[in-house]
Design a protein. Structure first.
Length: 516
């Protein structure tokens, strides 16, 4: 839980001169304990904790110190109520302090954040009277927010529960085969001929129930068939967007130039995300691996992105059917947003060692494939590696009030990555042109003047529209080599495409130099 931080007189005076902060609530409480104070106790307990200050009254110009008339009685009444079952559903262990300002007594109470298992903290035996702290205010929780607290407070984790679904329809054989192949490559010495059911049972992804084997929710999430996923998860697994603007810019009319919504198991989602990431991220050729004799062209930031994306896929609250995970590639930052906050305190996120996680079976399944760092090392690795690549330090927000987690990978200002928009300023060199895919090169070569999608497809002798869009058109637009003639209406029937100055420079760079 959170570390106790003492408030001294200097800190109290500083707060009095400012405004009512997210973690401080001032109450007059001169002669009695106000009823509204218990809503603040609930809100602080359910969020990050905070200070309650008795003896301060709001004034037009700030706060006025009025003092507490009967300190012993007020303190006794307040602390006694917090130990009474009819006021709050769990005891609140409060730290109390007494301050003298202008010869007036102020009572300061430190309300700690409640343990995960004690949330939600609610009032008068009515769980509907659960509050959270947002922006200096106490807000009553919705039932969806209360249910999130209850799920996270349960000892039995969601991903370990049985999902009653026919076993012969539960799994996607392609995903399961991929997982087992990778598993055997990483974990030597296991029986590769072991039947799938025995393998899944051995590792806890099938459980016996009334004499039959039943899949767990984690098994469906990792290897499940599309039908099983849709029966269990009535919302997408992941939403990925490429946005032609900075994160702080006004929302552009073309909200995104590419978007993929995944509604598959985690293996298929991960494979699709990696393919998309490599489509936009330039892959510099760095030589031949002497062991595999394969060219080494892994994108420089791939290890960091992989860790951030795997964390997003494994730690989100899949029982939350009202929200979905989103990755947004802006011009200046990659933003990964998750439903579900991180268990434990923020100050321990960077520390090594095992931590409580929301989906332990899903997490360990990916660790067995060496697709993510060992417990307690991922956040530190991402911070160090990202800055080593010349980018600003990554940031995160563990939002207790909304039970959400956001991780941000800011991009260096002059980065030539096409990961976000691919729009590189300046001259296009042969090195940059060499990173363009073969499909984009073909499109640039065929594009003459302004051409419709169908004209381009015919020029390339391609039949499938989806294949043309994903492999040719979208990468060319994302790289800034091609632009729309009607950019404000991407679906316009009058839409045509033409080369940009960058596209023309790229064509020039791709032409062979004349022999001397």
């Amino acid at each position: 839980m959170e570390r106790y931080t003492k408030m001294d007189s200097d800190e109290l005076l500083r707060r009095l001169k400012g405004h009512e902060w997210n973690d401080v609530e001032f109450k007059e409480a001169q002669h009695e304990v106000p009823k509204s104070v218990y809503e603040t106790v609930s809100a602080f307990s359910n969020t990050r904790g905070g200070w309650l200050v008795f003896g301060v009254r709001g004034a037009p110009t700030g706060y006025e110190v009025v003092g507490v008339a009967n300190v012993d009685q007020i303190q006794s009444d307040f602390l006694s109520a917090l130990r009474a079952d009819n006021k709050v559903n769990h005891d609140i262990h409060v730290q109390a302090s007494l301050f003298e300002i202008d010869r007036k007594s102020l009572l300061v109470f430190r309300i700690p954040e409640a343990p995960r298992q004690h949330k939600p903290v609610y009032l008068n035996g009515d769980i509907r009277r659960t509050f959270i702290r947002r922006g200096g205010c106490d807000q009553r929780c919705t039932m969806a927010e209360i249910e999130r607290f209850l799920r996270d407070g349960a000892e039995e984790r969601w991903d370990g529960q049985i999902f009653d679904f026919p076993l012969d329809e539960a799994f996607d054989q392609k995903s399961l085969k991929w997982y087992r192949t990778r598993f055997n490559e990483v974990n030597l010495g296991h029986d590769e001929t072991q039947p799938d059911k025995e393998f899944l049972y051995q590792w806890g992804y099938l459980l016996r129930h009334n004499g039959d084997l039943k899949p767990t929710r984690s098994a469906i999430m990792i290897f499940g068939s599309t039908t099983a996923i849709h029966h269990m998860l009535p919302r997408p697994t992941l939403d990925v967007q490429w946005i032609p603007a900075g994160i702080a810019d006004p929302l552009p009319e073309m909200r995104w130039f590419d978007r993929v919504v995944y509604e598959e198991n985690l293996i298929a989602t991960w494979q699709g995300l990696v393919a998309k990431y490599h489509q936009y991220e330039p892959r510099p050729f760095r030589g031949i691996d002497p062991h595999t004799l394969m060219r080494d062209d892994t994108p420089a930031g791939y290890r960091v992105f992989r860790e951030a994306a795997i964390n997003l896929l494994t730690h989100q609250d899949y029982a939350d059917h009202t929200r979905k995970a989103v990755i947004k590639f802006y011009r200046d930052v990659i933003q990964l947003w998750n439903p579900g906050d991180v268990f434990g305190s923020d100050e321990h996120l960077m520390e090594p060692g095992e931590k409580e996680v929301r989906n332990p079976r899903i997490v360990v399944a990916f660790r067995r494939l060496a697709l993510c760092e060992q417990a307690g090392t991922g956040m530190r690795m991402m911070k160090t590696q990202w800055q080593t690549l010349g980018h600003p330090e990554p940031g995160y927000t563990n939002d207790r009030s909304r039970k959400a987690f956001e991780f941000r990978l800011p991009l260096k200002a002059e980065s030539k990555t096409t990961q976000v928009t691919g729009q590189v300023s300046g001259e296009v060199t042969r090195e940059v042109a060499g990173e363009v895919t073969g499909e984009v090169r073909r499109l640039l070569t065929c594009l003459r003047g302004e051409m419709t999608r169908r004209e381009l497809q015919n020029a390339l002798q391609l039949r499938g529209e989806e294949n043309f869009r994903q492999k040719y058109l979208v990468p060319a637009l994302a790289g800034g080599f091609v632009e729309m003639t009607v950019p404000d209406k991407p679906q316009s029937r009058l839409q045509k495409y033409r080369l940009t100055s960058k596209g023309r420079q790229c064509l020039q760079a791709l032409r062979p130099e004349p022999n001397p």
